[in-house]
Design a protein around this ligand. Sequence first.
Ligand code: HEC
Length: 187
Amino acid sequence: MNIKTITIGAIIAATLSSVAFTHEGATGIVKERMDTMSIMGKNIKLLVPMMQGKSTYDAEVVKAAALEIKSHSGETMTKLFPKMEMDMPTNISKAKPAIWQEWEKFSALSDQLYLYTDGLVLAAENGLNNNAPAQDNTSMMGSSSALMGGTINAIPTLDELSAMSADSVFKLVSNACSSCHTQFRTD
Ligand code: HEC
């Protein structure tokens, strides 16, 4: 009987902790996008040590992670942010109202993430270039954007991305994550 009690207690505890883990009671579309974001976060975390040369570089793992993130970006991501009103009563979401006020800007960032992860799939085979940043296309981009009058946000084409080192493209990917979070997520 004691054993039974403990078992049930353990099940309840496990259930409760899994509820807490699934984003503190978020439901519906809010939960869906939090889960999606978490999946992307896991993929980024997997690649960070590889991109820093701290774990063995594996182009197949890089491709798979990039494809996974890509599959959640672009329009697939923006569809998870249908309307501001729906989110407000839950008070759990960290989505800023700015998303719906500046929708073009928001969806452009999601499209950039799509482009960069598409690029990372292609650049995965190029491997790392951590020790030779001077040969990198990003420096070319830097000078061309300086020529264009200091436009900082020149977006490389898929062709250009495919010629870059994997870690350079990875930087663009993670910058797309953080620049959206800075503008459109609270905290
Ligand atoms: C176009 C904007 C945008 C892009 C791009 C973006 N995010 Fe997010 N992210 C958000 C918003 C908005 C939230 C808050 C969602 C909410 O709470 O309703 C969020 C939340 C998160 C969370 C927290 C989820 C939770 O548990 O509550 C993680 C982790 C995350 N994003 C990771 C990433 C990663 C990794 C990338 C890049 C691969 C990325 N995001 C790209 C807008 C974006």
